[in-house]
Design a protein around this ligand. Structure first.
Ligand SMILES: Cc1cc2nc3c(=O)[nH]c(=O)nc-3n(C[C@H](O)[C@H](O)[C@H](O)COP(=O)(O)O)c2cc1C
Ligand code: SF4
Ligand code: FES
Length: 558
């Protein structure tokens, strides 16, 4: 259905009601079902969009890099203009956290942008002009882990075709300790084994390239620089588990990544690595790219499967899990972009090489994104076991203007914040978990000394509130309630029962939310109450903000 909806939107600029009715009768799908889907995804417009539609990313990394100021300047520049002519709104993370702040204007993304440049582009559009060309595609940058130095060798596929060594592949992945890099860290070898052992001949391989959590940018880097490793991981997973079909699900804002992957996919078909005779064998594996209709919740694995099935991306109740009941209710491997790529690296280079990559007693390597208050935001390929202090101060160049670090989030809003005094922690699953946080997807967001950590907790909670799919009450109502409470705190207002209410709300959300989104909403504020309790007291008791953030500037965010 998405393709039909996209075609209508391309033709009319939005989805006119009469076109949806026509689609309903031609496809024999109830209109209510079409409307339920079209109204769910942010990518579809049910009314004509404004002439100039500016959306400012308001999430963690952009918030730290001046997004509030940018939005206020835009609002001032176009005050009094009809909202149907110029609309200025917030949007969730655009996946350009290393080039914050980022804005989307009439569906084009611009990063590393300031107020003057954004206002000028909006004025150009108003005057009938067009937007500048997006930035030129960067040269591919090599990765030290790449066994093929840039171009796909597909040696692991070849070895499988010759040896059919599925037991050895699963055993190697298990021994390597490779974990899911999408956030939850589930052991990859075990996941592939579950699907291999699941009965039935229809199975699927799905790559999760939805990457929408603030600070998470490493998958974009991997897809643009190492597309052959992603695809080879998916093909090998397919051959090992007995699946014949793979789908790479990518967020629609990653157009460059999609084009690069598509070119590599076409190359695989031309060279016989994909198709009905993989490398001239009797094995079949087909692969296609599915462009997401949008929304952070689509990254939750069961919501993503619902989206592929053409429904609203609402998470399923679990169990059953995708390993046995995934896409179209069939056994499905769903892994993150980096997980598939590292599986290829491990299988091509061998266990000893992979184990030798870690340091300080940890195993392997990882891609991390570092953004926020750092001199050189970016994506880095690093040994596991490297300390966060090394990552932030050495790889990312430290805090700008010679300032000190106040805090960092090891993995975006879902990891909560840790104080700078805990930056000597190693990038290690167990060590970070023992410290009450998580390695997650490696989305390191850094806060300099003049930030307000209560404001940062509010920002993270607001992200979850905005992205809640609304399917279950604890998350839909609870996230709104928590935003209202924290907003009150940043303004020095609280009721004496707030802490108890927050506690009860957090327990209810953790226990009763259907998916991980609702379960992690309480994490950012819990981390502030644990590590920065004096900041909350400053606001509520002394009516002052140590960072000078909360009482002086209106953020404009609701
Ligand atoms: C709200 C939410 C959003 C998520 N977004 C992503 C995402 O963008 N990319 C991703 O790989 N995993 C994401 N995950 C985790 C997936 O549900 C799933 O655990 C992951 O794709 C499994 O792959 P892995 O084992 O390789 O990590 C998200 C989870 C939740 C709860
Ligand atoms: S927890 Fe939130 S995002 Fe997840 S299903 Fe419930 S409402 Fe949707
Ligand atoms: S692009 Fe703004 S936080 Fe990611």
């Amino acid at each position: 259905m998405f393709e039909e909806l996209r075609a209508i939107q391309r033709q009319f600029g939005y989805l006119p009601a009469e076109q949806l009715k026509a689609l309903s009768s031609s496809s024999k799908t109830p209109l209510s079902q079409i409307h339920a889907v079209a109204s769910f995804y942010p990518h579809f417009y049910l009314v004509p969009p404004p002439q100039v539609d500016v959306r400012v990313c308001a999430d963690m990394s952009c918030h730290l890099r001046g997004a509030d100021r940018l939005k206020l300047d835009l609002e001032a520049a176009f005050r009094g203009t009809d909202p149907q002519t110029v609309s200025i709104r917030e949007v969730s993370c655009l996946g350009r956290c290393d080039h914050a702040p980022a804005v989307m204007m009439n569906d084009e993304i611009f990063a590393d942008i300031d107020s003057r440049g954004t206002i000028a582009m909006a004025q150009t559009l108003l005057a009938g002009g067009s937007l500048p060309e997006p930035h030129a595609r960067p040269e591919r940058s090599p990765a030290a882990c790449d066994p093929y130095n840039g171009l796909g060798g597909y040696q692991v596929v070849r070895r499988f075709v010759e040896k059919r060594d599925w037991q050895e592949i699963i055993a190697t992945l298990k021994t390597s300790g490779l974990r899911g890099m999408g956030g939850a860290g589930f052991p990859t070898g075990m996941k592939w084994e579950i699907v291999r052992n699941a009965p039935g001949s229809t199975k699927y391989i799905v790559c999760n390239a939805d990457e929408s959590e603030p600070g998470t940018i490493k998958d974009r880097h991997i897809m643009e620089n190492l597309p052959h490793l992603v695809l080879e991981g998916m093909i090998v997973a397919g051959l090992v588990t007995g699946s014949h079909k793979g789908i790479l699900y990518i967020r629609h804002e990653y157009e460059t990544s999609k084009d690069i992957l598509q070119a590599e996919l076409d190359r695989c078909y031309r060279n016989g690595v994909l198709g009905s005779h993989v490398m001239d064998s009797d094995l079949t594996f087909d692969l296609e790219i599915f462009v997401s209709p949008g929304g952070y919740i689509c990254g939750e694995e069961s919501a993503l499967l619902e989206a592929i099935e053409g429904k609203r991306a609402e998470p399923r109740n679990k169990p059953p899990f995708p390993g046995t009941n995934g896409l179209w209710d069939q056994p499905t491997v769903i892994n993150n972009v980096e997980t598939f790529s590292l599986a290829t690296v491990i299988l091509a280079r061998g266990l000893n090489w992979y184990k030798g990559q870690g340091k300080n007693g940890s195993t392997g390597m990882k891609f991390v994104g570092i953004s926020g208050d750092v001199v050189r935001p970016g994506i880095f390929e690093v040994p596991m076991g490297t300390t966060y202090s090394e990552l932030i101060l050495e790889y990312a160049g430290g805090i700008p203007d010679g300032k000190q670090m106040l805090a960092y989030a090891p993995s975006g809003p879902s990891s909560g914040y840790l104080p700078a005094s805990m930056a000597n922690l190693p990038l290690d699953w167990n060590a970070v978990a023992a410290a009450g946080s998580m390695v997650g997807s490696g989305a390191i967001v850094v806060c300099g000394e003049d930030r307000c950590m209560l404001d940062m907790a509010l920002n993270a909670t607001r992200f979850y509130r905005n992205e809640s799919c609304g399917k279950c009450v604890p998350c839909r109502i609870g996230s709104q309630k928590m935003v209202e409470m924290l907003k009150g705190w940043t303004e020095g207002r609280s009721s004496k029962d707030d802490l108890q209410t927050l506690d009860e709300l957090s327990i209810a959300m953790r226990m009763a939310s259907i998916c991980g989104l609702g379960q992690v909403v309480p994490v950012p504020i819990a981390s502030i109450l644990k590590h920065f309790p004096e900041v909350v007291d400053d606001h509520l008791v002394r009516h002052s903000c140590p960072g000078g953030v909360c009482f002086s500037q209106p953020s404009g965010a609701q």
